[in-house]
Design a protein around this ligand. Structure first.
Ligand code: CTP
Ligand code: MG
Length: 221
């Protein structure tokens, strides 16, 4: 696995959690916030040479002060959308491979990270996914089912997502030019390049904290 940089996204508002602060600062225990847990695996991985934290401009002083113990971490300011925040983070990447990870996913397992790293020995783009459990329906605007894709082909995309740095930069630049806003980074590679995106089976526990319910049901290993 080549040396890599990690981008950890923390520039959102966490509005859907209905906390009165950014969900990444939620305490999982007395010593660790969601963001701590999202940073730790990368800080302790010798192959990770640089961590770029992406934060809101009004929280930059706060994170620089409160997350100063992470020796690889430096902060840059994000944008109005997740995609803009990633793009800003990409400007700081120094390594040939970059992992993009949601700061709101604190339960990433080391085995999953290692599996993704292993895949990047052979591929230019890869992401963690889990197979769909429910049957998925495509529904039209009037509320009628259009089709039911074969469940064996449906996966949930997670982060981290790993890319050759020049590839994901190029995909983001194309997206910007055409005004396309994606909900993850892999889809920009799918859409704007001919490079295949490889599937690495992750773990269902690697959830993104999104709704108030996710905070109620937090269980630490
Ligand atoms: N994110 C970001 N910059 C943005 C929006 C989101 O860096 N402009 C980050 C969030 O901090 C989060 C990750 O992207 O770690 C995934 O986004 P999401 O779960 O949507 O988080 P928020 O946008 O903060 O939450 P909400 O949409 O409920 O406001
Ligand atoms: Mg959001």
């Amino acid at each position: 696995m080549p040396a890599y940089s990690a981008i950890i996204l923390a520039a959102g508002k966490g509005s859907r959690t209905h906390l009165d602060y950014n969900k990444v600062f939620y305490h999982l225990d007395s010593n660790h916030t969601v963001l701590d847990r999202s940073l730790e695996l990368f800080e302790s991985d010798p192959d990770c040479k640089q961590i770029i934290g992406v934060c809101a401009s009004y929280e930059k002083d706060y994170v620089e002060k409160n997350y100063s113990k992470y020796s690889k971490l430096s902060w840059t300011v994000g944008g109005n959308t997740r995609q803009e925040s990633v793009f800003n983070g990409l400007q700081k990447v120094k390594m040939p491979v970059v992992m993009i990870h949601d700061g709101a996913r604190p339960f990433l397992k080391r085995e999953s990270l290692e599996a993704l790293k292993h895949m990047m020995n052979f591929e230019k783009a890869a992401l963690l996914m889990t197979p769909a459990i429910d049957t998925i329906k495509i529904v039209d605007e009037s509320g009628y089912v259009v089709m039911t894709p074969a469940r064996e082909q449906i996966y949930h995309a997670q982060t981290p997502q790993a890319f050759m740095t020049d590839l994901i930069l190029q995909a983001h630049l194309e997206a910007q030019k055409t005004g396309i806003e994606g909900t993850d980074d892999a889809q920009l590679v799918e859409r704007f390049t001919h490079v295949p995106v490889a599937c690495v089976i992750g773990d269902p526990s690697n959830t993104k904290i999104t709704n108030p319910d996710d905070l109620d049901h937090l269980v630490q290993d």
